[in-house]
Design a protein around this ligand. Structure first.
Ligand code: GRG
Length: 343
């Protein structure tokens, strides 16, 4: 475990050069530094993804797990992906632990962060099943039920979801913080959250939704887990309510922007780069942001929501001067880069 912790301490380290570039671009409007900042941000994000991947490789190898089940769970978990949810969780933990966290307590959130990726992967496996979206391709590879079989894919999802809750209890942090975070995640992915959102999504195939209905569906199906990834990082560190309010705002806005971007990329994206088939929303006559307001308006909306996320962290920094400034910059840049995926 110590080895993994060290890997995260290294890969989440933000060099002073990053903060300097960020301030030159965003505070002093030095556009000539933009490319340098973009390149460094991508490099740091890659380091974080690599640390998450390295950790995922070490899990679910227990000899008590039937080999075919372990293979199917690991097949989907290790198939790639942006690893956004664990990165948001750890990043928020680091932000809230603050500049005086000499013992690096934020890294103790690692099992929780990994569990979020397990839950996300379960949702993708089940979403791809013939009874749901019936997809052949995910993260650039055959979906779990194609690579194995339908019953194994259902069990792989069940295993990932349930084991995730076991992982989450393994953080060496105050029990009340773990309990609060567990409640958040159970609510976010259960019937009031992601599972409920999936139900609304299935029902929506029969009719056209209005924007309010679409927002509710998106908030549950996609937004709840992303928001919880952010908020749980803060809860695990026992952050103040003032910080949690702004982090919730960041997570909510990121969640909406993320769905709009996913909808737009389903039309204009490159299936090879996305690692999944595109055009499925139109084929399934789904209500999406572009179907309600067109592509250009949707892109503008995505940008607006990302900007709101950035503003939430400005407000957090004003209220919490001990928050980790470098991490604040990293999270702000992550939010603004998100919108540019569709530009
Ligand atoms: C089956 C209970 C149940 C829920 C499924 C998450 C979900 C609900 C369905 C996925 C369908 C989908 C494409 C939703 C849009 C947003 C989304 C969650 C995209 C995939 O997340 P990324 O882009 O994927 O973070 P990677 O592969 O990068 O991790």
């Amino acid at each position: 475990m110590q080895k993994l912790h060290n890997l995260f301490l290294d890969s989440f380290h933000i060099p002073q050069e990053y903060a300097a570039l960020f301030e030159q671009v965003y505070l002093h409007n030095q556009q000539n530094k933009q490319e340098e900042l973009d390149t460094l941000h991508k490099k740091l994000m890659k380091q974080r993804i690599h640390a998450v991947e390295s950790t995922l490789e070490t899990i679910l190898l227990d000899s008590e797990i039937p080999p075919r089940l372990s293979d199917a769970m690991r097949y989907s978990l290790l198939a790639g992906g942006k690893r956004l949810r664990p990165i948001f969780c750890l990043s928020m933990a680091k932000l809230c632990a603050g500049i005086n966290d000499s013992k690096n307590t934020w890294v103790q959130a690692l099992p929780f962060a990994i569990a979020l990726e397990m839950i996300h992967t379960y949702s993708l496996i089940h979403d791809d099943l013939p009874a749901m979206d019936n997809d052949d391709l995910r993260r650039g590879k055959p979906t779990c039920h194609k690579a194995f079989d339908e019953a194994t894919a259902i069990l792989a999802g069940d295993g990932l979801l349930t084991d995730a809750f076991y992982f989450m209890t393994n953080c060496h942090l105050p029990a009340r913080n773990i309990l609060e975070s567990l409640q958040l995640i159970a609510k976010a992915v259960g019937s009031q959250g992601m599972v409920g959102g999936q139900m609304l999504d299935m029902e929506a195939e029969q009719r056209k939704l209005n924007l309010d209905e679409l927002c509710v569906l998106n908030a549950k199906k996609t937004g709840a887990l992303l928001q919880c990834a952010c908020l749980s990082g803060a809860s695990l560190m026992g952050a103040a309510n003032t910080a949690k309010e702004q982090i919730q705002k960041y997570g909510t806005n990121i969640g909406i922007a993320f769905q709009i971007i996913d909808d737009v990329l389903d039309i204009i994206g490159d299936s090879a780069l996305l690692g999944k088939n595109t055009g499925s929303d139109e084929a399934n006559q789904k209500s999406t942001w572009p179907s309600l307001m067109g592509i250009e308006e949707s892109k503008k909306k995505a940008l607006e929501y990302c900007n709101e996320a950035v503003n939430a962290l400005h407000d957090l920094a004003r209220a919490e001067p001990m928050a980790d400034k470098n991490e604040q910059y990293f999270l702000q840049k992550t939010a603004s880069d998100m919108a540019f995926r569709v530009y």
